[in-house]
Design a protein around this ligand. Structure first.
Ligand SMILES: *Cc1c(COP(=O)(O)O)cnc(C)c1O
Length: 239
């Protein structure tokens, strides 16, 4: 078992290395490092280890389960000595009965996968007199085991009128299981074109593209990802 200090050092090094690789991936396609937000997916580790990641400087944290997000958000008040609180990202399926409690921690919800969930977020935003930013999750691979909406459903959802408590700011996608990097590249390019198409038809900017994980963030950045969700690469040697 590594001590907490050793774990902290490992995580710090992994974080530096991931940042360097993201920077190189961005610059190799003529993009700025600043145009890609790295979200550290902390679902593999407990709150104490998640705290170490945030202390290392990774202040955007992603969780795939609402209960875990709120438990950790209760425990992790700020990152390092900066006093800066982490920014939470919900990247997994959200049941509507978990929504209100989770929203206390103001996460960016990447994984809006149904009209029903969007309407529930809208209701909650209206109830709290605020506008909640969300991304719509697209099932680009057509893989039935993957979550996310089809193109047709996305179009319908973007056409719903009178949504005032939620603001759709972009799309989220995952490559299909066992996809080769070259195939993932094609899938990410399709997400980017779909975004362009939907932005045009809906009149919404849809600026954000959340795509790319430890194994395929380079392809996602080349296709225009503005957020990459990286988990395992940050916890190499730790879990
Ligand atoms: C777990 C997870 C990630 C991180 O994947 P890694 O391969 O560990 O980097 C990204 N996005 C979603 C939706 C996840 O569930």
């Amino acid at each position: 078992m590594a001590t907490m200090d050793e774990t902290a050092e490992l995580i710090r090094r992994n974080w530096m290395s991931v940042k360097t690789q993201v920077r190189e991936a961005a610059e190799s396609v003529g993009r700025n490092f600043d145009s890609v937000r790295v979200i550290g997916v902390s679902k593999y580790v407990d709150a104490a280890t998640t705290q170490l990641l945030c202390d290392a400087g990774c202040t955007d944290l992603g969780e795939s389960r609402p209960q875990v997000l709120w438990d950790k958000a209760e425990q992790i008040q700020s990152c390092g000595t900066s006093g800066v609180p982490p920014r939470w990202h919900m990247i997994g399926h959200v049941q509507t009965n978990k929504l209100r409690r989770m929203l206390r921690y103001d996460p960016l919800i990447h994984s809006v996968d149904s009209e029903r969930l969007l309407r529930a977020i809208d209701d909650e935003g209206n109830r709290q007199s605020r506008v909640i930013d969300v991304l719509l999750e697209v099932n680009i691979s057509g893989d039935q085991s993957k979550t996310g909406m089809s193109r047709e459903t996305l179009k319908q959802v973007l056409n719903i009128e009178g949504i005032t408590g939620a603001r759709i700011i972009g799309l989220m996608a995952m490559a299909g299981w066992g996809t080769e990097a070259s195939e993932a590249a094609d899938q990410f390019q399709s997400v980017a074109s779909l975004r362009d198409e939907l932005a045009k038809s809906s009149g919404l900017p849809l600026k954000e593209l959340s795509m790319g994980m430890s194994g395929d963030f380079r392809e996602a950045i080349a296709a225009g990802a503005t957020m990459v969700r990286i988990g395992s690469a940050l916890f190499e040697g730790v879990v």
